[in-house]
Design a protein around this ligand. Structure first.
Ligand SMILES: [Cu+2]
Length: 139
């Protein structure tokens, strides 16, 4: 009985939290890498449906020692390189797509290999919206 009530309370609080969130995350996924690889990247679509500009300022996960926000730049010789940034801007009403060849989240020093079909829990830290936990599928 107590478990049932706790479960109901949990659902109510989860609904309450999602009702005020202005950040929507869609289709988060982690690139599957062979066991020898200690790094991988995370992609997703982040929409700021709120009236206020926001920023993605940090990422935390138990899957790796470090997690950075990267953008990809292409120089005049057409060479792509990744650049670590302090935050990703999320203007009000805009959609930010983290995708291969563009901005992404880099997980470094993976504690375990990530295999296709697994799920990785990731906390996204936003300047205004606080921390949002997502579950990203490994592909
Ligand atoms: Cu990167």
């Amino acid at each position: 009985m107590c478990k049932v009530i706790a479960g109901i309370l949990f659902i109510i609080s989860a609904l309450g939290a999602s009702g005020v969130e202005s950040i929507k995350v869609a289709d988060p996924w982690v690139r599957a890498v062979p066991p020898v690889s200690s790094v991988t990247a995370v992609y997703m679509v982040i929409e700021n449906t709120g009236d206020e500009d926001d920023k993605l300022t940090g990422v935390k996960t138990a899957a790796s020692k470090y997690s950075d926000i990267h953008t990809t730049t292409i120089d005049e010789h057409n060479v792509a390189s990744m650049l670590k940034v302090e935050y990703l801007p999320l203007p009000s009403g805009e959609i930010m797509e983290l995708k291969p060849g563009g901005s992404h989240i880099m997980l470094r020093d993976l504690y375990d290999s990530v295999k296709a079909g697994e799920k990785v829990e990731i906390d996204l830290v936003f300047e205004k919206s606080g921390t949002i936990r997502i579950e990203a599928e490994v592909r």
